[in-house]
Ligand binder design. Structure first.
Ligand code: PXG
Length: 438
């Protein structure tokens, strides 16, 4: 793989292709908390892959379940057909989801989960005779994947600006990042609750009768790990209730133990009408997403003739047997190893470790909640993102630690099998890398 032409054909996603191919970073195997790089180094995984390998890498239980499944039933359609694992998985997910989210629509990714949830929301209002409720509200700095629905409600300019007018009838709440007032907050920031009243402002502008749904990430991870101010999500729920607007939590990252409890909805004590998931659902092993849907929404569709298809939507691979096997095994691992508690039991240790980096050169903010963390560096003059990228590459190439950089924010989300010694090493390594970066 060292010859550059061997890397040419793959157009890499969200990657500076030419820069990467000049200095590739290749991973060849993984186990537990570690990757192995193709030059034989053991690299500590500070990001659970891309926020997804919550059970750690190559967990024997998940590996075995997928191997067995592929040899038994490689594929089965779920359009007018079914197979046992997909029904079992839906029941298992309904059992850990907040009440009353007790129905599950399967997809293959977070992006598909988001587009599915937005479509269900619009169709739900129409089926109830409120077909004028089509408007969707997202939030600045939000990331909801890369489908046209997801980039329309999303709030990251680079993901939107190249792709034309996007979906019509979309508006955005302001984001909640406020470093001047909230820098170095531990957990949820104290300032900024008033920003939630933006939704009232948009209701005044558009009228509630035109708005189908609001979609937010409980913690906006890709947009730089932006926390909800204390009380924000509760108030958002109240405003949605007041105006008959559906609330969608995009828990593609925050689901499956990342912040403690199965879902952030439970940790924050706020129940949305729909939850989008993916990533940790299979611990990243086989692509799969799922939308958790409140019983009253599902029920609204279950009318008309028995033989009528209730929702004209779905994917060839919705509920793929391999993904179901992986998800069922992942849920077993999460339960048996108490991994949904890790973000609570280790939360304070994680917080203290990250905040020990306060005072290092160029560190302008540190944010944490559950087993999520972010260290924000001051941008270099005329080169935003360069300092973050340098810390990221120094960690990987020289210090055997994988972190993620999004601009000048270093984002962290270790597998939930993380232990104190790994946390110590993550913090020490980052301290070294940041200290060396001018
Ligand atoms: N919603 C949220 C909240 C996400 O974080 C998606 C939807 C889309 O999921 P798919 O499976 O279609 O990629 C995501 C994905 C990063 C990073 O480093 C984050 C994601 C993906 C890749 C990188 O922040 N989140």
């Amino acid at each position: 793989m060292s010859e550059n032409h061997a890397l040419e054909a793959f157009w890499m996603p969200f990657t500076a292709n030419r820069q990467f191919k000049a200095t590739p970073r290749l991973l060849s195997s993984a186990s537990g908390m570690y990757y192995r790089s193709d030059d034989g180094r053991q690299v500590l995984d500070g990001t659970a892959g891309l926020w997804c390998c919550n059970a750690g890498h190559a967990h024997p239980r998940i590996v075995e379940a997928v191997q067995k499944q592929v040899a038994t039933l490689d594929f089965a359609p779920t359009f007018q057909m079914g197979h046992p694992a997909v029904f079992e998985l839906a029941e298992r997910l309904a059992a850990i989801a907040p009440n009353p989210l007790n129905h599950v629509f399967f997809t293959n990714s977070g992006s598909e989960s988001v587009d599915t949830a937005l479509k269900i929301a619009i169709a739900y209002h129409r089926i109830r005779g409120e077909g004028q409720r089509t408007r969707l509200i997202g939030r600045e700095k939000g990331y909801h994947g890369v489908g046209f629905g997801g980039i329309s409600v999303g709030g990251m300019v680079n993901n939107r600006k190249m792709f034309g007018p996007l979906l019509p009838g979309v508006d955005h709440l302001r984001h909640t990042l406020d470093i001047p007032r909230n820098a170095f907050s531990r957990g949820l920031p104290r300032h900024g609750l008033e920003l939630v009243e933006d939704l009232e402002r948009l209701v005044q502008l558009h009228d509630a009768s035109t708005i189908a749904a609001v979609i937010v990430e409980p913690i906006a991870c890709s947009g730089g790990v932006v926390m909800p101010p204390d009380g924000y999500l509760k108030r958002l729920r109240e405003i949605c209730n007041k105006h008959g607007i559906l609330l969608i939590f995009d828990e593609v990252i925050t689901g499956f133990g990342r912040v403690g409890g199965a879902f952030a909805a439970q940790r924050f004590g706020v129940t949305p009408d729909l939850i989008t998931t993916a990533k940790g659902l299979t611990s990243g092993t086989v692509p799969m997403g799922a939308v958790l849907v409140a019983g009253y929404i599902h029920e609204a569709f279950m009318h008309g003739p028995q033989g009528a298809i209730e929702l004209f939507h779905g994917y060839t691979y919705s509920g793929h047997p391999l993904a179901c096997a992986a998800a069922l095994a992942a849920l077993d691992v999460y339960a048996e190893e108490n991994l949904f508690e890790k973000a609570i039991t280790l939360g304070e240790y994680w917080e203290n470790a990250l905040h020990s980096l306060k005072g290092l050169p160029n560190v302008i903010d540190i944010r944490n909640f559950g087993l999520i963390g972010a260290i924000e560096l001051a941008p270099r003059d005329n080169a935003p993102g360069a300092r973050g990228y340098e810390v990221f590459t120094r960690c990987f190439h020289d210090l055997d630690l994988m972190v993620r950089c999004s601009g000048d924010v270093i984002a962290l989300s270790p597998p939930l099998v993380v232990e104190k010694e790994h946390i110590d090493r993550i913090a020490q390594t980052l301290a070294q890398a940041i200290a060396k970066t001018t």
